[in-house]
Design a protein around this ligand. Structure first.
Ligand code: SF4
Length: 310
């Protein structure tokens, strides 16, 4: 079983402060998507994720989803800022063509916080509306939040909001020192030790509702019991390790971390472990791509690469 990740161009109607694609070449028209779907399907892929940029800016997206469905892909996912889903007929169209999971980017529980991160006034209102329309269209809604110094203290509020918004799966992803984040890295990327207590409190909030929450991009030694989801990406296919990691008993189970983090904060927060990885408290099992609620990798994804699921 394989997941095909189709990375469309990186055009977007948000202008996020942490955007990992801001330093990439200007957008170009995506090549023949149908041919890529056909080829990957012939090679055994049965799950496809459309990621961007912002995939919904492409008017052909519904027809690509329909083509994937026609070719026999069993699960078709979309990573999106959710703004275009605010148009009810659009959300319904995507669902009718065969879309399953939508992974919506939400950076705060208020307009002020979300719009600060997106640099797009009004984006919060549209994204929340899109999330609701996605529910109404019977799409599977997940949310991804990029953890920054500005929103980490508000993660518990967001955790509570997941219950109000009836979101079943929420991913908190550490910001990386790539793309636009390089412009002001230490103001944007928080230290792991600062993030840790807020992630725990956010998990306490989601535990009150039927929401499964996970964290991505946080090294295993930062509270090893936190539920994690760390798929590979072309930014950090396997992560990097510090000198302190050499003696860590959990290294084999650890995905490592963002190389840029070391340039900001060094190894101060690393806590080499004396024993291997403990069991995650209530950790979800995302080993089946046909049930995976999240779409795409950690940031920039490997375009047109079927990713073996096991
Ligand atoms: S100290 Fe261990 S758990 Fe922490 S990043 Fe290094 S290898 Fe991973």
């Amino acid at each position: 079983m394989q997941i095909l990740i189709i990375s469309l161009d990186h055009s977007c109607n948000n202008h996020c402060r942490f955007c990992s694609q801001a330093d990439l070449a200007p957008p170009s028209a995506p090549p023949d998507i149908r041919a890529r779907l056909e080829k990957a399907r012939g090679e055994g892929a049965n799950v496809v994720h459309f990621v961007g940029g912002e995939p919904t800016l492409h008017d052909a997206l519904p027809s690509w989803i329909a083509a994937a469905k026609h070719l026999g892909f069993e699960r078709i996912g979309l990573q999106t800022n959710g703004r275009r889903l605010a148009y009810p007929s659009y959300a319904r169209t995507l669902a009718a063509e065969g879309l399953g999971p939508v992974d919506i980017a939400l950076q705060g529980a208020t307009g002020a916080l979300h719009d600060y991160h997106t640099n797009a006034p009004g984006s919060f209102k549209q994204t929340i509306s899109g999330l609701k329309r996605a529910h109404e269209a019977s799409l599977e809604v997940a949310v991804t939040t990029v953890i920054t110094r500005s929103n980490m203290r508000h993660l518990p509020d967001l955790g509570a909001a997941m219950g109000v918004l009836k979101v079943a799966n929420w991913r908190m992803r550490m910001s990386l020192l790539v793309g636009r984040a390089r412009e002001d890295g230490s103001r944007l990327v928080p230290r792991w030790s600062m993030v840790e207590p807020y992630v725990r409190r956010a998990l306490d909030e989601t535990a009150k509702n039927a929401c499964t929450a996970v964290v991505s991009g946080l090294p295993l030694c930062i509270d090893p019991s936190l539920p994690r989801y760390d798929p590979a990406s072309d930014e950090a296919p396997q992560g990097v390790y510090g000198h302190a990691c050499e003696d860590c008993a959990a290294r084999a189970a650890c995905a490592g971390f963002d190389a840029g983090y070391l340039t900001l904060y060094g190894e101060r927060d690393l806590r080499p472990m004396k024993e291997g990885r403990p069991e995650m408290r209530g950790g979800p099992d995302f080993s089946d791509p046909l049930k995976l609620p999240f779409v795409g990798g950690l940031g920039r994804t490997v375009a047109d690469q079927p990713v073996p699921s096991d």
